[in-house]
Design a protein around this ligand. Structure first.
Ligand code: NAD
Length: 466
């Protein structure tokens, strides 16, 4: 099938590469000429496991790149719109990129094309795309709109796309439904996973995804409801963690007890410094705003957002409680990405905490396995960049863990202790057991658990600071 994907960001590029992997002929178009040039010469602008392999396999044959969405659309039967829908200043989804694409491609739609909204959009956006295409000269008989929200997670985007739990297609005709089934056929019948040399199936993946055909409105709503629910789960467990601290309970034990109830499940029940990234914060705000637009005040989502913001403030308070004044204090920071497995720092709680620490006069040394270049675009020269976790700890008054990278959960603790000026670790992601840190002689502060005094006495100054 000939497919155009408009937008080559985290979703567009992954979708384009994966659709080529499924055997389709894909043109991925982006109006950012720099990105297109980079992609055409084999450079990949984002970090995502398996993406390099897929691009190497399909670039120039099943997958080409173009800076002209209009040209890409001319060659395609199915057109995926995967441009950004960032948060506007007032909290609504800014759908101007989607509108711009609709305007831009309207003139290229001849013959019957299926326009697929893959971007996360508020309810009724598909109706607006249709209206915009017609207003910009497109014949109503020449196209149909489908809503096909994307559920991939950065860090495991390729395997999420190729081995999804479910595929949702909001359709309004059998013609559209049939084309969508054809697009995803190798995933729906499980045949993709059986081919030689394909991206390996994760152990946790289902054999065949649920394929859910819905109305356009339901498909749009499913995506927002899904992200809002996951954000709510995170804020809920963070609120419980705060109660744990107040009563001396342990959030790890509580999560085990709560998460083992199969009606609840243990995923997304990890206390920490809160959610971030390009999706949850904006999608919670956009869902709240869209619901309001349709006459429903979704106040639960206000609270989800408030608890999330509060987690960063609580963590900063912990840093102050451990070190007293932060002016002139040297802090080693592990993690800048909004989560592990990605270089994305958009709305990253880690980055926001670093910025707050700088404002309080801290001298910050940072390390992240993938997000250093993106972080540098935001932090500039305000921090010192180093190339591994131990260099970040070297001479620091405390070590802060802000992203849950696996390698940060397996540090040589004796070496960390020897490198730190004061043996203080503040862990915003609960990567260690308090008892293990105490045994290593580290003064350990985490989320939703009692602070564990080090087994070996701290230097006098550090004890005063705590
Ligand atoms: P992104 O900002 O990384 O990428 C968007 C791309 O679209 C950019 O490369 C930009 O240059 C391009 N673009 C913008 N306007 C264009 C135009 N008129 N013509 C051609 N190209 C244009 O965004 P993203 O993270 O890929 O997200 C895209 C959509 O998918 C958003 O709605 C997002 O909410 C949704 N989504 C994102 C994720 C995620 O994990 N990032 C997951 C699921 C859904």
């Amino acid at each position: 099938m000939r497919i155009a994907v408009i937008g080559s960001g985290y979703v567009g590029l992954v979708a384009a590469a994966c659709l080529a992997e499924l055997g389709h002929k894909v043109v991925c178009a982006d109006h950012d000429q720099g990105k297109v040039t980079a992609l055409n010469s084999g450079r990949i602008p984002i970090y995502e496991e398996f993406l390099a392999e897929l691009l190497q396999r399909h670039r120039g044959w099943g997958l080409t790149f173009s800076s002209s969405p209009a040209d890409a659309v001319k060659q395609a039967v199915v057109v995926f719109i995967a441009v950004g829908t960032p948060m506007s200043a007032t909290g609504e989804a800014d759908v101007s990129q989607v509108e711009a694409v609709s305007r831009e491609i309207a003139g290229s739609i001849h013959g019957r094309k299926l326009i697929v909204a893959k971007s996360t959009v508020p309810m009724s956006t598909c109706e607006w795309i249709e209206r915009s295409l017609i207003l910009n000269g497109c014949d109503r008989a020449d196209f149909e709109i489908v809503s096909n929200p994307e559920f991939l997670r950065e860090g495991s985007a390729v395997t999420d796309f190729l081995y999804p739990d479910r595929i949702v297609a909001g359709v309004s005709s059998e013609w559209a439904a049939q084309i969508m089934r054809q697009v995803y056929q190798p995933l729906l019948d499980g045949s993709y996973a059986l081919q030689a040399g394909v991206v390996p199936k994760p152990e946790s993946a289902v054999d065949k995804p649920l394929y859910l055909e819905t109305s356009l409105a339901s498909a749009e709503l499913i995506k927002h409801a899904c992200n809002a629910f996951l954000a709510m789960k995170i804020s809920f467990i963070n609120a419980v963690a705060n109660v744990c601290e107040a009563v001396g309970a342990d959030i790890g034990e509580v999560c085990q007890g709560v998460g083992s109830d199969r009606r609840i499940g243990s995923r997304f029940l990890r206390a920490g410094i809160g959610y971030g990234g390009s999706c949850f914060p904006k999608d919670v705000a956009a869902f709240r705003a869209a619901a309001r637009e349709f006459g429903y005040k979704f106040e639960l989502l206000d609270e989800v957002h408030r608890i999330n913001q509060q987690q960063r403030v609580r963590f900063l308070r912990k840093v102050r409680m451990a070190l007293w004044s932060l002016r002139g204090k040297r802090l080693g920071v592990l993690g800048l990405a909004f989560k592990d497995g990605t270089d994305d720092v958009r709305e990253s709680p880690a980055l926001q905490i670093v910025q707050a620490l700088i404002e309080e006069g801290g001298e910050i040394t940072v390390f992240d396995p993938a997000a250093m270049a993106n972080a540098r675009n935001v932090l500039g020269d305000s921090v010192r960049y180093v190339t591994d976790a131990y260099a970040a700890a070297d001479g620091a008054d405390a070590l802060l863990i802000l992203t849950e990278w696996k390698e940060f959960a397996a540090l040589d603790l004796a070496r960390i202790k020897a490198l730190l000026r004061y043996p203080i670790v503040l862990d915003g992601r609960n990567l260690y057991e308090p008892a293990e840190m105490a045994k290593a002689g580290l003064d350990y502060h985490s989320m939703g658990r009692a602070s564990q005094p080090a087994a070996h006495p701290l230097p006098r100054q550090a004890r005063m600071a705590g």
